[in-house]
Design a protein around this ligand. Structure first.
Ligand code: COA
Length: 144
C-alpha cells in the first residue's frame, strides 16, 4: 500500500485546551484485489484504487466512552469526502483487538491483502453522513 502526505487533526477540550483525541489522515492507494467483495464488484479493473487512510485514531482515556471516537471517525470521513482526491474507500489500520472491534462497530470490513487493515466504501460513508454519493462512485456503480 502506498501512503502519501499525512495530516493530524486534534480535538481540544474547550476551556482547558487539553487534547481529548486525534487522528491522522492521508491519501493512499490500495490494490483492487484486496478490497471486500461488496466494493470490488462495482469497479473497473484498475490496479490501484484511490483511498483515504486513517493512520492512527485515539481518544484520551479521560474522554473515552463519550462518543468522541465516533465523532473523530465521522470528521475523518467528511474530510476524506471533501479532499478532492476521489477516494473510493476509507481505510484504517487496527493493531489491537480493541481497535478492530471499534472499526467493525462502525461498518469497516477486513482487507485481505494486509493484516489489520480495514475499509469502508465511500458510498456507504456518504449515506451514513447524509451526504451525496460522489459522482465518480456512481459512475463506477453504473459500469458494473
Ligand atoms: C477505540 C477508541 C478510539 C474509542 O473511543 P471512544 O471515544 O471511547 O469511543 P466512542 O465513545 O465514540 O464509542 C463509539 C462506539 O464504538 C464502540 N466502541 C468503543 N470502543 C470499543 C471497543 N474497544 N470495542 C468495541 N466497541 C467499541 C462503543 O461501544 C460505541 O458504540 P455504540 O455507539 O453502539 O454505543 C478509544 O478507546 C482509544 O483511543 N483506544 C486506544 C487507541 C485505539 O485503539 N485506537 C483505534 C485504532 S488506531
Amino acid at each position: 500500500m502506498v501512503a502519501r502526505k499525512s495530516a493530524c487533526y486534534v480535538a481540544i477540550e474547550g476551556g482547558t485546551d487539553r487534547i481529548a483525541g486525534f487522528y491522522t489522515l492521508s491519501a493512499a492507494g490500495i490494490p483492487l484485489a484486496g478490497l471486500p467483495e461488496g466494493l470490488r464488484h462495482r469497479l473497473q479493473e484498475d490496479s490501484i484504487l484511490s483511498a483515504a487512510r486513517i493512520g492512527r485514531l485515539a481518544v484520551d482515556i479521560a474522554f473515552q466512552g463519550r462518543k468522541l471516537g465516533s465523532a473523530l471517525l465521522i470528521d475523518a470521513a467528511a474530510k476524506a469526502l471533501a479532499a478532492g482526491t476521489e477516494p473510493h474507500a476509507l481505510i484504517a489500520t487496527a493493531r489491537t483487538a480493541e481497535a478492530k472491534a471499534f472499526y467493525g462497530q462502525h461498518g469497516f470490513e477486513r482487507l485481505r491483502f494486509e493484516p489489520g487493515c480495514l475499509a469502508i466504501p465511500v458510498s456507504t460513508l456518504a449515506i451514513l453522513l447524509g451526504a451525496e454519493v460522489p459522482s465518480y462512485m456512481a459512475t463506477a456503480a453504473r459500469a458494473a
